[in-house]
Write a protein that binds this ligand. Sequence first.
Ligand SMILES: Cc1cc2nc3c(=O)[nH]c(=O)nc-3n(C[C@H](O)[C@H](O)[C@H](O)COP(=O)(O)OP(=O)(O)OC[C@H]3O[C@@H](n4cnc5c(N)ncnc54)[C@H](O)[C@@H]3O)c2cc1C
Length: 455
Amino acid sequence: MEDDGSRSGAAGRAAAIVGAGPAGLYALAALVRSDRFDRIDVFEAAPAPYGLVRYGVAPDHPKTRNISRVLAQGFTHTRVRFAGNVHVGRDVTVEELRAAYDAVIVSTGMLGDRRLGIPGEDLAGSYGASELVAWYTGHPQARAVELPPNLTTATVIGAGNVALDIARILAKDATALRGTSMPRHVLDALAASTVTDIHLVARRGPAQAKFTSPELHELGALEGVDLIVDPDDLVLGPADEEAVATDRHSRVIVDVCREWSERPRTGARRRIHLHYWSRPVRILGTTAVTGIELAPTRLGTAPPPGDLPTLTLPTELVVRAIGYHGTPIPGLPFDDSSGTVPSRDGRVLDDDAVLAGVYVTGWLRRGPTGVIATNRGDANEVAESVLADLDTLPTRQGDPDTVDKLLTERGIRVVSWTDWLRLEAHEKAAGDAGGGDPIVVHDLAAALEVIASGR
Ligand SMILES: Cc1cc2nc3c(=O)[nH]c(=O)nc-3n(C[C@H](O)[C@H](O)[C@H](O)COP(=O)(O)OP(=O)(O)OC[C@H]3O[C@@H](n4cnc5c(N)ncnc54)[C@H](O)[C@@H]3O)c2cc1C
């Protein structure tokens, strides 16, 4: 890693942060503010910082993505280093970090998807949201997504904003996505898409949906798209009535859906169909997805109770957006059911005993909930735990420089902050050339080449 200069003004302690998403970078800001660390190194698997702000937030939401400017501020401090393209658990172990740093804060978020656990989930054309999102945001480790050549109908399972993002990106005219940060091959694939119908499937009703109203309104305002909602789905039961009466959020969603259900169809090129009270029971197909079977989850007003048939939708693409799920990091305890690392006040617990000097924050601590800003409070709490423990932590055996040496010996091309700024400038220049946002370099080798060549 580069030495950026002075290390004065602190007490000789060193911290490692693993994962440069919002949680890790808010934790970085809190540690910098404390002035208790001589050195803080941020290890990140991707060649770029910002986690899901770069590789999750929809490319047609550039204002939200701009929070990266705030997150970048920690790196202006001379005692902070960025070590991108370093996969902790593979390139360097948690044990090696624990030996070299006084405190290790793990904030690796969640990379995978929860599964539906139904037949057909592994057919070609069935994806987890994280795969589709990684593809359209240009994550270097993204699975190659191929929209089926015969695609007319896509089905997105889920009632949260990630499901809305995916439905919107699939429904939007690709010309409206030019000018975003999307890699060009993704834009080309979306421009060639022959999809006409997108089904959004929610297990419960509109009063329980987790969509937020700006995103829902955005869907309703899409050009060239008709919204189709079955008015029967909007008939409220007593619990829904109560939710609507007491919770503004529920009321807004129900009202928006009512308005959509009353809209005349315009004969638009594309349609988004909302199916509430539906649960997928089977994805159909032999090698590739050809359909999906949905079962009702409540007795509606029609057809009569007790006689509710399943609904089979022909579809060539199924995306499950039912929540992200963490993956274990070797050397750390892991709760597989929640996909999180067990902790108390951010202190990692191994069989209920505190693992001294190891902390967790962000999605990996609390699960895949909340907006970007939620991670600030989370990270501040964890930083408080770190600072409260600092004087009683066991003395570290080694030194952060030993980690630098290990990475060099292992042939890891560490991406420094200066390297990242070079890549960022390249992406900006590519975007400027077309009058749009910076265009993400999605290929790791290409990113490293840009960095090496200084272009
Ligand atoms: C599709 C999607 C869209 C979203 N849109 C919005 C939105 O519009 N507005 C909003 O407020 N919130 C949005 N969110 C939520 C927001 O992105 C999260 O709250 C936030 O990113 C969680 O922060 P985190 O730091 O815990 O995890 P992440 O952002 O996932 O960051 C984790 C980081 O750790 C790195 N990492 C993982 N494993 C390793 C390893 N082994 N070694 C080193 N590094 C590793 C990852 O590469 C990543 O950079 C969205 C989430 C998703 C999934």
